[in-house]
Structures are given as structure tokens and as C-alpha cells.
Design a protein around this ligand. Sequence first.
Ligand SMILES: *Cc1c(COP(=O)(O)O)cnc(C)c1O
Length: 392
Amino acid sequence: MHRQHLNLIPYARQSISEADIQAVIDILKSDWLTQGPTIPRFEKMVADYCGVRYAVAISSATAGLHIAALAAGLEPGHLLWTSPNTFVASANCALYAGASIDFVDIDPKTYNLDVQKLADKLERANTVGKLPKVVIPVHFAGQSCPMEPIAELAQKYGFQIIEDASHGIGGYYQNQPVGNCCYSDMTVFSFHPVKIITTGEGGMVLTNQLNLYEKLIRLRTHGITRDPQLLTNHNPPPWYYEQVELGYNYRLTDIQAALGISQMQRLEQFVERRRYLAKRYDELLQDLPLILPRQSPETRSSWHLYVVRLRLDKIHKSHRQVFEELRAEHIGVNLHYIPVHTQPYYQGLGFQWGDFPEAEQYYGEALTLPLYYELTEQDQDQVVSLLRNLLF
Ligand SMILES: *Cc1c(COP(=O)(O)O)cnc(C)c1O
């Protein structure tokens, strides 16, 4: 374990082993660089790990959210709701589908979408006939949203649930792996290098529903099918296929899938180390003027991010100052997230500062500390001691 890039301790980074490298080389020497047998192997491996029936590997979580929204039937005139405390992709997928977007403010304890606020907003939306077609709970930092009550609301109001579990592979909710889709229609993972496991770019959509699976498979490859039951030609020649809807090229390559399989074999180890380091932060930071990440007892986080909130009432520095001083010391702190509704593009759609006050308040105080598999105790100690010097 060695530090790279001029002593910078980043907020996140991948871990690539010799076995990971060899897995990729093996594919480069094989017959199939894409659309080969490694993709279904990777899909089965993730599906089995999560205890879900179907898995569709895709080129990114963003692509996955897009086709998941389409598979859920999202169309112009429909509404999609998500959390404002997320990466823009969780909301953009609504707009790709031509639908409208709205947000539900966050729970100030977990920074996940607040279920009570969701229930209240649904009740109001119901009276004016503006219920969402899809809700996307985002498992922020790797801690699952309370999916059981969200699923109860979905039953009551008839919306579909897509879990944005870009942070969440390796996490648990009610002692079941995130991704089992017990309380949702689909779950999306990201395999970007900052996430828990990586394929470079990449992601996966999981579901227990055969009709959604078949739709996702078609949308991933141009809307093309060879399924005899879907063809208008009832005596198809051997080369034949039909495009039955408008799809995309959102495929993952076999090169990436091989890396994914190798990384999956390290998943438990990755998450165990992240848990250990998160617990270590909890202990080392407990006397600092910070709010440490709070965990609901029915979740076990995958610890994608370790986010603290500054107690600005007890610190004689601004949020920005603390941030800049840590960056000057080569600590790659980050901020997850700028509330999506405040992005200029979203303000152009009519959202404003003030619309989701909990997410905005959080944004003014949050700080993501370095956390990744290869972070050493010494580097972690350095982050803590710099933070201590700077806050007192
Ligand atoms: C990373 C991320 C995405 C997008 O993932 P990509 O694989 O980079 O497309 C979407 N949602 C959330 C919450 C993320 O953190």
C-alpha cells in the first residue's frame, strides 16, 4: 500500500490487484472483447451475491438509470421524484425520458430522502392528481434508505421504485444485501473507480421481474430483439433480428466485466476494510466539533463515503476555509453533494435556493473525508491530526 500523486490523499480511489490485471489480460487474449461470455458470468455473480433474479450489466450507472426509468414506463407527462442530495445523474434520467423531475428533502440524520416528507408530499400530490410515476431513493454514502416504508407508500400510491445504489454494493438493509430488490422494482449499481468495486466505467441494473429484465436487455442494445415471440416475421432467416423500440448502445465490454468479476471476489474484503476505517474515524474524531455519520440500526453501510458536518457554531472558521486549508495540506476532501435543484440547469427548470432547506443546510456544513480500501492508518491519522489542528 503506497501513496500516489505527490502525497495527495484523495477522498476515494480504486484498488487494482495483480489478479485484477491478469483477468483483463486474459480477456484481451481471448476471442471476445465485448458481447462475449464474460458479461453473463459477471451478471450472474452479482445477481447471486445480491439474491436477485436478473442482472443487466451496463456501460455506467447513468445509462442504467436511464433505461431503468424507461423500463418503468416513464414518459413525457410523468413525474419522477428523487433526493436533492445526490449526483445529478439520479435526476437527469427523468429528463432523458422526457418526464418532469421533483425532489423530496432529506432526513437531517442520515442525509437520505426523508420518508415522512415523502409521505406528506404524496398526500398533497394525490389531492391535485400529480403523483409520481417513479421514485428513486438514493442510498447515500452506502447506507440504505428505509425501503420497507417506501415500498408501503409505493403500494398505496402506485409508483415504481428504482433504488440508486451507486454507493451501495456490499451494504445491507434488514440483514439482506442491497440489490435484492425486495422493496423495489429495480436497483442500479455504479462501478466507477471511486465506488466500492470498479470496472473503469460501468454499472448494473437488477430486478426480480422478467418483463423488466427483457425490456432492459433490449434497451441496452438498440431496442433489437431475436426473440421469436416478438418478431413480426414468423419464419425468420438465420441472420434475422428486428428493432422493436428505440434503444441505445449501453453495453459493458467483456474487458470490463472481467475486471468486475475479479473485483467482486474482493468485495467482502473491500467493505470490511471500509467499515474498519469508518469505525476508526468515529473513534478518532469523537471529541471534535463535528457531527459524525449516523447509522440506522436496520442498515449496514458499504461505507462508500465518510461524511462529517462541521459544527460551525463551535468553529472560528468558515466551511470553505476548512475545506481550502485541508486541500492546501494535500488532503483531497470533497463535498457530496451540491443540492441538485440548485444547479443552474435545474434553476432554469424553476427550482430555487430555499426549496429543500435540509439539503441546503447540510451542503453548507458537509465535508467528505478520505475513505478507500488502500487508505493506511498513518494517512488516516494524518487527516485526523490536520483536522484537529485546524478546528481547535
Ligand atoms: C456515481 C453516481 C452515479 C453515476 O454513476 P456512473 O456509473 O458514473 O454513471 C449516479 N448516482 C449516484 C448517487 C452516484 O454516486
